[in-house]
Ligand binder design. Structure first.
Ligand SMILES: [Zn+2]
Length: 262
């Protein structure tokens, strides 16, 4: 599940594979960039902001950014030249970027765009504080969440305008660990700063590895408290974990540890 930590890790993959090198070829397989050729551009920087990936390119005095978003199913993989592209089926390839030492392949990427780096802000200004950014600001995230007191806390955590980087997994796990029923209105959440800080801690603690865990265990089947565990016993109380639709996403919760208020 691409959440903030996955996107951050992906930016590091592209950094190791491409940054500092000149592109020797590019092959875009999306209509809006089909005629684009980035040969000769230098990859200056690979960054993430929330769930957005930013590959910054320079040539002479020009600076462009290749923007992509993983959404639910996108991925970037890096291979050595000549290595078999073992990532995903070929029909999912959206772009191939080549340097002398690496081939980076973007699979099923979304929102692909090549924009002047100076205009990145227009794409990203709506985002709340980035959980994994150097400028992470929990007070600002809380302030933004509080502006919509009737929203459910689950919806508020997923809203990238409030804070950038929480996806469905960390949403569900944060709410379990805080004992919050997912439909609790923001106004009724007793310790909003504590909830926001815990979400950030969970995402940050998974940076640098691909297995996402909120329980501390990296063993298959033991990595979450409620996410993906419908009908399985709660790790704390044994009650069957519930699953339901909520705002076009699914949510998981323990009805005993996260009771409906009142
Ligand atoms: Zn429970």
């Amino acid at each position: 599940m691409p959440e903030g930590d996955t996107v951050w890790n992906t930016a590091r993959v592209l950094e190791r594979a491409l940054v500092g090198d000149v592109l020797t070829g590019s092959d875009f397989r999306v209509p809006q960039l089909a005629t684009t050729d980035l040969t000769g551009w230098t990859v200056a920087e690979s960054a993430s902001r929330g769930k957005h990936l930013l590959l910054r390119l320079t040539r002479d005095d020009q600076a462009m950014t290749l923007h992509s978003h993983l959404r639910m199913d996108g991925a970037w993989r890096a291979f050595a030249p000549g290595e078999r592209w073992s990532g995903r089926p070929a029909h999912l390839i959206r772009v191939v970027l080549r340097t002398k030492r690496s081939v980076a392949i973007g699979y099923h990427l979304h929102e692909m765009a090549l924009i002047p780096t100076a205009e990145e802000g227009a794409l990203l200004d709506y985002l709340g504080p980035d959980l994994l950014g150097a400028d992470w600001n929990p007070d600002e995230a809380v302030r933004r969440i509080e502006q919509n007191p009737t929203a459910s806390i689950a919806e508020a955590l997923l809203d990238q305008r409030n804070l950038a980087g929480v996806g469905n997994l960390y949403k569900a796990e944060t709410l379990f660990l805080r004992g919050l029923w997912p439909w609790t209105p923001v106004a009724d959440v007793k310790d909003l700063p504590g909830t926001v800080k815990l979400a950030q801690k969970l995402v940050a603690s998974n940076r640098g590895r691909w297995t996402q865990t909120t329980t501390g265990s990296l063993r298959r089947g033991e990595t979450s408290y409620v996410y993906g565990r419908r009908a399985m016993p709660c790790r704390r109380c044994g009650t069957a974990i519930q699953k339901a639709d909520q705002d076009e996403r699914v949510t998981y919760w323990c009805p005993r540890c996260q009771p409906k208020p009142g």
